[in-house]
Design a protein around this ligand. Structure first.
Ligand SMILES: [Cu+2]
Length: 159
């Protein structure tokens, strides 16, 4: 009887140790192999989501608007607008059937068809603007007095 009890305790202890070892092994391996890939999957998904928004660098100076690239796929487009000039500039995004050079008067352009605007940016500063753009022809202009007429415009195509 006593010997049987000892055997029972002994095997119960062995089972406990094995279970503890399994649990420790299981929990550490599940942390290492499932949590890490899950985090990587999340990061990859985030990267895919942000790359779904096309990034366009727009540089403003005296007296140019330079968008790189000059076209984008329809959908979310993020204009990363940097004023590399010495004066303040703004950026108006206009959907238009004409070219950017043909928006109207010399001093200031018509903003008919405006789909978004970045208010005046001080020299050396940057601002972002994300717009959902349909397929079409657009004009990117600075419409501070005299700037459009001085050449601050560029065509932009969404396809
Ligand atoms: Cu300007």
């Amino acid at each position: 009887m006593r010997r049987n009890q000892l055997q029972t305790i002994g095997s119960a202890t062995a089972v406990l140790i094995a279970a503890t070892a399994l649990a420790a092994c299981g929990s550490s391996s599940s942390t290492d192999t499932t949590a890490a890939p899950a985090a990587m999957t999340t990061a990859a998904a985030t990267t895919e989501a942000s790359s779904a928004s096309t990034k366009v660098d727009v540089v403003l100076n005296e007296m140019n608007v330079m968008a790189m690239p000059g076209e984008a796929k329809a959908g979310d487009v993020t204009f990363d607008v940097k004023n590399e000039g010495a004066a303040g500039h703004n950026l108006v995004v206009i959907k238009t059937d004409t070219t950017a050079a043909d928006l109207g008067e010399d001093a200031a352009a018509s903003e008919a068809g405006k789909v978004g605007k970045v208010d005046e940016i001080a020299a050396g500063q940057s601002k972002d603007l994300t717009l959902k753009l349909d397929v079409g022809q657009y004009a990117l202009i600075c419409n501070l007095p005299g700037h459009y007429g001085a050449g601050m415009y560029q065509d932009f195509t969404v396809n």
